[in-house]
Ligand binder design. Structure first.
Ligand SMILES: O=P(O)(O)OC[C@H]1O[C@](O)(CO)[C@@H](O)[C@@H]1O
Length: 538
């Protein structure tokens, strides 16, 4: 049944400009009542304007939208991506000791386990120096060439798990801008470099162009014979990897039921596995699996993915806040905002419902962010005093990985909690006036100066707290956000697993390329495009 936000909007309207602080005054247990835990994670959404009544109504959306049934449909391999006729089974990649998962009557788990075992065997051999390049020298550097989900997942996780890296250095090339591949290869020795071409389709123009550049770079030093030993492929398209010259034993395949932005758990995570080792990679999978278990079994009121989704729906569709900031107080999560941009915006940035009718409400929000504390010195000004409300999602760990720098970690945590508090508390005109009086201002100038220093407050934020950013915890966090996207998508009635919106630009770029190269004319193009082609063609 399609959801109806009218009742929730009425509750929101009735709350008027009620202050979040009043909710705390009325309910001394609010912090615990508006928090939930899962396997060591704590999600605190008490600093939002959601009260018991609106939460009840939000939870009701889950039943109306049939989230429980759709969740089981996803986990059991039904083709819920119905515009592409595909199942959505990234969860099978971390179903380490679970039962069979069938797609079209066939259990996919033997294939998943087989590929994982092949990846592990290769990673072990490479890390021991047994899988070598043609010169016999061990691989010291790994270059992952991919884009979108074939880049963001591994690069995000590699950066996040740097303290666990004890294998080769990894580098990531994604942009078709030649500067990217040039700068990465410039520092590397082809004799000790493994190039991984990560592309589900093996047709993505950026990836294939960069892969050809890397191939030419390698062949220049090692000859054609080097390709079979120095290139690996992660793809669903075995025929195309063979055409490229990649040895079949270095092709790690997966099925079309793994979406690009959900693919870090399988072969697309090979660079990460090479860097941290198969055992540590398994810890990452176990974290994802633990979140799957939690998502399937925890009651909705304690279910982290469901709660994150409902908070998201409240802020976006009900309160009308069109963006949300993801603010990890964890430097190593520097690529998480970019990762979540693809995960959330490519999944839920849709304008029609499953049945093809126009969505009667806004779809997913604009997601953006930056690690704290850097963001504080960049865009927090707008978050605190701008005219638009930006719901903020803070993340922070109890421990860092640098025991010698524990005092810095404390400062980091203090900053995170202070920002969340400041957004809620604000600073009134009275308080600002008192401060400016002590600085010697008076009369009209006192008021003018004070007004610049007012913080409206009552701005919502959530905090996701964890012990330490281990591989397990990273797995939990990534799976948490995946399932949050799923729940939001089901409530909105959209297909979170296709991405038709990326196609038109790709097609037009292909058509413009010959115009820029001067081998085709620009017939039919608009005046602006032609003017720019004229200026930019070389
Ligand atoms: O892995 P591929 O097939 O190269 O695709 C890369 C990316 O391109 C997209 O299809 C569109 O941006 C993403 O969904 C995907 O992650």
């Amino acid at each position: 049944m399609p959801v109806d936000f009218a009742a929730l909007k009425a509750l929101h309207a009735a709350a008027g400009d009620r202050h979040i602080l009043d909710l705390f005054s009325r309910d001394p247990d609010r912090a615990t009542e508006f928090s939930a835990r899962a396997d060591g994670l704590l999600f605190d959404y008490s600093k939002t304007n959601i009260d018991a009544q609106s939460r009840e109504a939000l939870l009701g959306l889950l039943d109306t939208a049939g989230v429980a049934e759709k969740r089981e449909a996803m986990f059991s391999g039904e083709k819920i991506n119905d515009t592409e006729g595909r199942a959505v089974l990234h969860t099978a990649l971390r179903n380490l000791d679970g039962g069979p998962v069938t797609v079209g009557g066939k259990d996919v788990m033997p294939g998943v386990r087989d590929t994982l075992a092949r990846m592990e065997a290769f990673a072990d051999r490479l890390r021991r120096g047994e899988a070598t390049g043609v010169s016999g020298a061990p691989f010291e550097d790994v270059v992952n060439i991919g884009i979108g989900g074939s880049d963001l997942g591994p690069v995000m996780a590699y950066e996040a798990l740097k303290p666990y890296v004890d294998g080769p250095r990894c580098h990531f090339v994604s942009n078709v801008d030649g500067a990217h591949v040039h700068d990465v290869l410039a520092g590397l020795d082809p004799r000790t470099t493994l190039v991984i071409v990560a592309s589900k389709t093996f047709t993505t123009i950026e990836t294939m162009t960069n892969a050809k550049t890397a191939r030419a770079w390698l062949v220049e030093t090692l000859g054609e014979a080097g390709v079979a030993r120095h290139f690996a492929a992660l793809s669903t398209a075995g025929d195309k990897t063979a055409e490229f010259g990649i040895a079949p034993d270095l092709v790690f395949g997966f099925e079309d039921w793994v979406g690009g932005r959900y693919s870090v758990w399988g072969p697309i995570g090979l660079s990460l596995m090479l860097a941290i080792g198969p055992r540590t990679f398994t810890d990452f999978l176990r974290g994802g699996q633990a979140m799957d278990r939690h998502f399937r079994t925890a009651p909705w009121a304690e279910n982290l993915p469901a709660l994150l989704a409902l908070v998201g729906i409240w802020h976006n569709q009900i309160c009308g806040h069109a963006t949300r900031a993801v603010l990890p107080y964890e430097q190593r999560l520097l690529r998480l905002p970019a990762y979540l941009q693809q995960l959330e915006m490519e999944s839920n940035g849709k304008r029609v419902a499953m049945d093809g009718t126009d969505l009667p409400f806004d779809s997913g929000p604009v997601v953006w962010g930056e690690p704290g504390t850097n963001g504080q010195h960049a865009f927090y000004q707008l978050i605190h005093q701008g005219t638009r409300v930006v719901p903020c999602e803070f993340m922070v760990g109890k421990y860092g990985h640098e025991p010698d720098l524990a005092h810095q970690h404390e400062l980091l945590v203090a900053n995170c909690l202070a920002q969340s508090e400041a957004l809620m508390r604000g600073r009134s005109l009275v308080e600002a006036t008192e401060i400016m009086e002590t600085k010697g201002f008076s009369g009209a100038e006192l008021e003018r100066q004070a007004r610049h220093r007012v913080f409206p407050g009552n701005r919502p934020s959530t905090v996701l707290a964890y012990e330490k950013l281990t591989p397990f915890v990273l797995g939990q966090i990534v799976a948490l956000y995946e399932h949050r996207v799923f729940v939001e998508g089901v409530i909105l009635g959209i297909n979170s697993y296709d991405q038709w919106g990326v196609e038109l630009g790709k097609e037009l770029a292909l058509a413009l390329h010959p115009v820029l190269a001067g081998t085709a004319d620009g017939a039919g193009k608009d005046g602006s495009t032609l003017q720019l082609v004229d200026y930019l063609k070389t």
